[in-house]
Design a protein around this ligand. Structure first.
Ligand SMILES: [Fe+2]
Length: 470
């Protein structure tokens, strides 16, 4: 729970603020004078100080001045409570490092908003002042040194070194400097890795009408022209820093959301793959002889696609499409699938229907429309004599042409209900013979290369599953 110290000599005001802030979950400790407040601050850790401006005796400014002199409590974030007339000049309060102001009497909405924002504001931000005139640097240090952690550099080169040593939250930059002017410094700063969006505010005498445009074009966040009003300068710097913090937290949020989205996409992808594998397993389990057929066909098809130079995304797609090419067999009676002898014409027609049944099943998965392609067209033949549509040549989707070769290869190289796996040389001859008639010659050629590379006939269905390239 965040702890707030409230220092004000107006009892009614203290009661109201304490009540409002306690209600929204802050722990509030009250003091009725500056002295009492300093004593409490020295005794315990607080996250924020709400300080009455015009208190009797030691007023708010004097209290804050004393706090700033005590190193152990000097960093406390401070918000002043002020009447409307006191708010006319906040220069000294800002110089002493006040983060914000609350107008008295404090209304719950603005009070809670200001406190929340002040608690989110970072501790004293670091500012790098760059100016070639020592007097000017001294004046800047005097004016901004209490509010910010100020470092100074007397030239562009020195500034670049300082930034590389420790990145500041903001740069106050002079325009007219010998050797490297402010504009050049700005360009070089934004080229440093991690400093691409580092806020730069020009603090300079504008003596050229085009200079202002040039400064903004180069990527400056603001410029303060000399001579300037202290209060205005402090407010403008504060605004720039607030904007930067907002941008950073927005970027963090975008990054977080993007990561979450990527993780959830990964999960969905993993789940889809698991469902596809489970479905392929269910098809293969139906056929006691060809167990593992779908996975083997998917492996061969992926290897063919790899040798055809497909991308890794395409390989994953080919694999999944091939895994489900026979999904329509789910609708075929087990007695027909596992029949040892020759099929009757009627039974053959039923077997053939697995292409269209598979297509209808997979078409329903609208998020992955490509899945249905393999199921429908893997029994098409290159010469147009296949089924179910009698498509020909390049009209048959390439993935179906790949699966066709892989499917026939596995049918021949694994045991069937009516025969044992064929010898590798016979399988090779059959693939060779089917070039241009049953198979796309280019794809059949790739399959032939795979057979030739497989000297000991490892690519056969005897072990249920074949894992290539692992
Ligand atoms: Fe099939």
């Amino acid at each position: 729970m965040e702890k707030i110290l409230l220092v004000d000599d107006d009892e009614m005001n203290r009661m109201v603020i304490e009540m409002v802030l306690s209600e929204v979950g802050y722990k509030v400790v009250s003091a009725s004078s500056g002295e009492e407040g300093i004593a409490l601050l020295s005794d315990a850790r607080f996250d924020l100080l709400l300080l009455g401006f015009g208190m009797a005796g030691m007023d708010g400014l004097e209290t804050l001045e004393r706090i700033r002199e005590k190193p152990e409590i000097s960093e406390i974030k401070t918000v002043f409570l002020m009447s409307a007339s006191q708010m006319a000049d906040t220069t000294e309060a800002l110089r002493l490092g006040a983060i914000d102001f609350i107008k008295k009497p404090a209304l719950p909405g603005p009070l809670i908003g200001t406190v929340r924002h002040a608690l989110l504001t970072q501790d004293r931000e670091s500012v790098l002042a760059v100016d070639d005139e020592p007097m000017q640097l001294m004046a800047t240090e005097e004016l901004f040194g209490i509010r910010y952690r100020l470092r100074c550099a007397s030239s562009g080169a020195e500034a670049l070194e300082e930034i590389k040593r420790e990145k500041p939250d903001l740069i106050l930059l002079d325009y007219h400097m010998p050797e490297m002017n402010g504009l050049e410094v700005l360009r070089r700063v934004h080229k440093i890795e991690g400093c691409e969006n580092l806020p730069v505010v020009f603090l300079t005498a504008i003596d050229d009408v085009d200079m202002e445009a040039e400064i903004f074009k180069a990527g400056a966040m603001d410029f303060i022209s000399k001579p300037f009003v202290m209060q205005v300068a402090l407010q403008r710097i504060r605004r720039v820093l607030e904007l930067k913090h907002l941008q950073d937290s927005l970027q963090d949020e975008v990054n977080r959301k993007t990561r979450a989205l990527q993780e959830s996409n990964q999960k969905i992808k993993k789940l889809s793959n698991q469902v596809i594998r489970a479905l392929a397993g269910a098809i293969d389990a139906k056929d006691s002889y060809t167990n593992g057929h779908s996975i083997r066909v998917a492996e061969y098809a992926r290897e063919i696609a790899r040798r055809l130079g497909k991308s890794s995304m395409e390989l994953a797609e080919v694999y999944n499409i091939a895994l489900l090419h026979d999904v329509g067999k789910i609708g075929i009676p087990i007695t027909i699938i596992n029949k040892p002898g020759k099929l009757s014409e009627e039974e053959y027609q039923i077997i053939k229907s697995h292409t269209l049944t598979g297509y209808e099943i997979l078409k329903a998965i609208s998020e992955m429309p490509e899945l249905s392609i393999g199921a429908r067209w893997h029994h098409e033949r290159f010469d147009g004599s296949g089924y179910p549509d009698g498509m020909m040549g390049a009209d048959i989707p390439e993935v179906a042409r790949i699966i066709c070769v892989a499917d026939c290869y596995d049918a021949m190289s694994s045991d069937r209900s009516y025969r044992k796996a064929l010898p590798q040389s016979i399988v090779r001859e059959e693939i060779e013979r089917g070039k241009g008639t049953q198979f796309d010659p280019r794809i059949a050629e790739v399959m032939l290369q795979m057979i030739d590379d497989d000297k000991s006939y490892k690519m056969n269905g005897s072990r249920g599953q074949v894992v290539l390239n692992e």
